[in-house]
Design a protein around this ligand. Structure first.
Ligand SMILES: *[C@@H]1O[C@H](CO)[C@@H](O)[C@H](O)[C@H]1NC(C)=O
Length: 203
């Protein structure tokens, strides 16, 4: 299920590491912030700000996103890995200390080289005049026992943590109040828009 809500976004990034003596290193770290409006989270308060660190590993073909505790309520801090080699995404919800794994969605996640180019240009203060927030709902399915099948990058993130598979909820319907208590929200971006991933336990 996907809701798109219009918002006015302003994305800015600072490259912390990744270029030394004018040479592009295989790992880059961007610190990014996006200002957005979301009437659901902030009917009166106006703009919300979401920060994240984006580590891009071009050679190994993966991205790691670290989201500190958001300044707005109802959204969890998280570490996310998009592994393009394995075709998997892992969310480590830091508030729950649990890991969730799903197939990488290449429609919404930019590959490392493209993301690098997008973020490198954002440091100049590029304005995204009108873009949107995507909400996607995931349902927790089976427990993952064999962690090594997830590849070494996700293994490193999730090893020692309870890890579950997710499946995308496709039926277009509203989450009711009882179910909402079973759901955790993670806001993140790895493209020109913000994604709100809603992870729900089966009720
Ligand atoms: C990828 O994400 C888009 C937008 O949320 C969605 O429409 C599409 O079904 C997703 N694709 C897969 C394979 O999950």
């Amino acid at each position: 299920m996907i809701h798109s809500r219009l918002y006015v976004g302003h994305l800015h990034c600072v490259l912390h590491a990744g270029v030394a003596l004018g040479i592009l290193l295989p790992q880059s770290v961007f610190h990014c912030g996006v200002l957005f409006e979301d009437s659901f989270y902030s009917p009166f308060k106006g703009q919300l700000e979401l920060h994240e660190d984006v580590k891009i590993y071009i050679e190994e073909n993966y991205e790691q996103i670290n989201i500190p505790v958001p300044q707005f309520g109802g959204s969890d801090p998280a570490d996310i890995i998009h592994d393009f080699q394995r075709g998997l995404t892992a969310y480590h919800d830091i508030a729950l200390d649990k890991c969730y794994v799903i197939e990488l969605n290449t429609t919404i996640v930019m590959p490392p080289r493209n993301l690098w180019e997008l973020l490198a240009n954002m440091k100049k203060g590029t304005y995204l005049p009108q873009t949107y927030i995507i909400q996607e709902e995931m349902i927790v399915t089976e427990h993952v026992n064999d962690m090594e099948q997830l590849g070494s990058f996700i293994y490193r993130l999730c090893s020692g943590k309870e890890t579950y598979r997710l499946k995308r909820r496709t039926a277009r319907r509203r989450i009711n109040r009882r179910e909402a208590g079973n759901c955790n929200h993670i806001h993140h971006f790895e493209n020109t828009f913000v994604v709100e991933t809603v992870i729900c336990k089966k009720s």
